[in-house]
Design a protein around this ligand. Structure first.
Ligand code: ADP
Ligand code: MG
Length: 235
């Protein structure tokens, strides 16, 4: 679906939260690297899509009412064959029905398992004073506790992108720490600039979260994405 169709559907359903699949579609069109993700509306389709994509795959609950997918038991990673996909599908549905009995469920998203990398996050929100602001930080549990993040106002200049990556305390982790693979910093700078551009061009977006992005020596890819639209855009 293109942007127009996605916005129209959200509007029809009076829904400000875009699904993971919709969010990734918009981001991919903007040249932001995301894991290819498809929607399966049945168990059979989930298995067929998994075979098409190639194992191992990840299955995630696809529902406009489930914001935190893993909290709802809605994420199954590292599925190696059709049988595992079928089982994961059932488990996800059972768990989500239990935790969100009223949720509308579209099905599941199917995507390839990305190889592990340094986890980073990019976010965008609107400050009442400054307007759209980008956030950058390291992903993972530790960072959720330490809140080691940096901010810059949109639109970002290349220099802002450079600085905001180097500003975080965990920067040495990106340079490769104790034998860990380093992250491609110029690629991340480029990603920040693209997200800034995307936010600027799409004022109907209220919030954006790429969490996590896996960063590698040779690039980076967002494995999860969440976009929230302005209320006025879906009225
Ligand atoms: P949510 O944030 O809604 O709970 P995510 O899509 O972020 O759900 O998935 C939860 C976790 O599963 C991620 O933080 C990541 O560690 C892992 N994960 C998700 N998608 C992939 C993927 N395509 N490849 C590898 N790991 C993934
Ligand atoms: Mg996430």
């Amino acid at each position: 679906m293109d942007k127009k169709a996605i916005l129209k559907k959200a509007k029809r359903e009076k829904r400000a939260l875009l699904t993971e699949v919709e969010s990734k579609q918009l981001l991919e069109k903007a040249g932001i690297n995301v894991v290819k993700t498809k929607l399966a509306t049945s168990m059979k389709e989930a298995v067929a899509l998994s075979k098409e994509i190639g194992f191992p795959v990840v299955l995630k609950i696809a529902s406009p009412d489930v914001v935190h997918k893993s909290d709802a038991g809605g994420v199954k990673v590292g599925l190696k064959n059709g049988a595992q996909v079928s089982r994961a599908y059932k488990e996800i549905m059972t768990s989500v029905k239990q935790k969100h009995p009223k949720a509308t469920v579209d099905g599941v998203s199917v995507q390839p398992m990305a190889k592990p990398g340094v986890e980073v996050i990019i976010g965008m929100f609107k400050d009442p004073q400054f307007g759209p602001v980008l956030m950058f930080g390291l992903g993972g549990i530790l960072v959720e506790i330490l809140k080691d993040v940096s901010f810059r106002i949109v639109p970002l200049a290349r220099r802002d992108a450079r600085e905001m990556i180097r500003d975080i305390k965990g920067y040495p982790v990106l340079e490769g720490y104790r034998g860990q693979e380093p992250a491609n910093i110029p690629f991340l700078e480029e990603m920040l600039l693209k997200v800034s551009d995307f936010a600027e061009r799409n004022p109907e977006i209220k919030e954006l979260d790429l969490n996590p992005i896996f960063a590698y020596r040779d690039g980076a890819v967002a494995v999860d994405a969440r976009i929230v639209l302005e209320e006025e855009a879906v009225k």
